[in-house]
Structure formats: C-alpha cells, structure tokens
Design a protein around this ligand. Structure first.
Ligand code: PXP
Length: 242
C-alpha cells in the first residue's frame, strides 16, 4: 500500500541570501510560514558548524513560530546535540559535515561509525526527538541503521539527481531496493538532495518513501515564480505519483 508522502521544505538557502548582505532580509522564518501555507508538511534547516546559512537564532525563532514539525539537520557533535536537546525539534537528521564541502556531498558512514553515532541516537531518542540518519542507498548502511535502532533513514538522492539515462535508472533501483529493505525492518524511509520538478516523480513513486526534503531548487525557483508557487507545484507533482 502506498502511504502519504510528506514534503519537508529546506529553508537553508533563504538564509544564504540573507547572510550575503549581513542583514535580516529575506527572513527564513517568513519563508517557512509561506512554505507551510503552500503545502509543506514540515520545515528542514541545517545548522552547520560554520553557521554559513542557518544560525542559532533562526532555530530559536523557527521553534517558537512554526506550527508544522521542524526537522533539524545536524552533525554528530556535542555542540549540536546540546542545541537539539535545548530546542527539542520534532526530528533530527544526522548528516556528515565537512567544512570545505559546498553541500552535504555524501551520506553518513553509519556502518563505519556506529560506535560514534550510538550515544547521539540514544540521547536524541531519549528526548523524544525522531532521529533520522542521512545515508547512501546501500544495504550496508541500512543494516547499520537497523543495528543503531534508528527509526528513520533519509536516502541521499544526490547521485540519482546528477546521473542520466541507464545510470540514473540503476541508481533509482538502488534507492527503491534500499527503501524496501528499510521498511521491511520497520524503519521509515525518507529521501532528499538535488530533487527538482524534473526528477522528483520517480523518487516520489517509490511506495515505501514517506517524506522528501527539498531545498535548493525550491528556493532558486522561487526567484522566478515565488516561493508559494514553487512549493505548491512540487506538492502537486509529488501528489500525482500517489
Ligand atoms: N536532506 C538533507 C539531509 C540535506 O542535507 C539536504 C541539503 O541540505 C537536503 C535534504 C536538501 O537538498 P537540496 O537543497 O539539494 O534540495
């Protein structure tokens, strides 16, 4: 059976534009409220170690003002854990983070880092925060998520988004197989990274996937059609597949 597919709108790049001039416009919280009105089911924000886009005060304002769930993307560090425990977002997605990368370039190595990750997952879960691991669509990584008792995994769709033709079809099959393996083991599969109007539907059609997190394209497209329309159109494209 195909369940509902939620849309999480990532507002990081509204903050990127704001920070380019150092003021307070455009406001990521205002963007989040518009996204919610346009059909987003949740808001995602990545507080990076270098605070290049979202800042601590954005997380506080989002927590105070949002009426839909907040998904905090965070590296597995003591600093981020302390922030998550203070703000208690609905969900926390643990992502790998390297200072020099332009964006999150690959999934978390849950299989190689399980000792490091276990206490973070336990402490977040203990605070009733829904933990997700951002991983590659690889059975080894899903097995690690099962061992770590993560309730959710988010599959990195960056490779899928950048490939073409048969290579893209093969990557899509890898994502579908990984989603089926996760769901069979009681883990809720999500997906995200690099999704656009043109490539979202084959991912949205994978029946086990319950949430997509989409940011850069929606904020970029908002320049041409407005944020409300860009989110609403993504919502319609996703809904058509279910
Ligand atoms: N999901 C995760 C875990 C991410 O790190 C990102 C990028 O911050 C996204 C989804 C959204 O990716 P994009 O901005 O390419 O849509």
């Amino acid at each position: 059976m195909t369940g509902a597919l939620r849309l999480g709108v990532n507002i990081d790049h509204v903050a990127t534009i704001r920070n380019a001039r150092g003021g307070d416009h455009p406001d990521p919280v205002k963007a989040a409220l518009i996204a919610a009105q346009a059909g987003a089911d949740g808001i995602t924000a990545h507080l990076r170690e270098d605070r290049r886009h979202i800042r601590d005060d954005d997380i506080a304002a989002l927590t105070a003002q949002l009426t839909i769930p907040l998904n905090l993307e965070m590296a597995a560090t003591e600093e981020m854990l302390e922030i998550a425990l203070r703000h208690r977002p609905h969900a926390a997605c643990i992502v790998p983070e390297r200072r020099e990368e332009r964006t999150t370039e690959g999934g978390l190595d849950a299989a190689g880092q399980d000792n490091h990750l276990m206490p973070f997952i336990e402490r977040l879960a203990g605070a009733n925060i829904r933990v997700s691991l951002f991983i590659e669509p690889d059975p080894r990584q899903v097995d690690a998520a099962i061992r770590l008792k993560a309730p959710v995994v988010e599959f990195h769709t960056g490779r899928y988004a950048h490939l073409e033709g048969e290579a893209r079809a093969a990557e899509l099959r890898r994502i579908a197989d990984a989603a089926a393996l996760a769901a069979k083991n009681g883990i809720e599969p999500h997906a995200g990274h690099g999704l656009t109007f043109d490539n979202v539907q084959p991912i949205a059609a994978i029946p086990q996937i319950r949430e997509l997190n989409i940011g850069h394209f929606l904020v970029g497209e908002a320049i041409f059609c407005g944020l409300e329309e860009s989110v609403a159109r993504m919502r319609r494209l996703m809904d058509e597949t279910r």
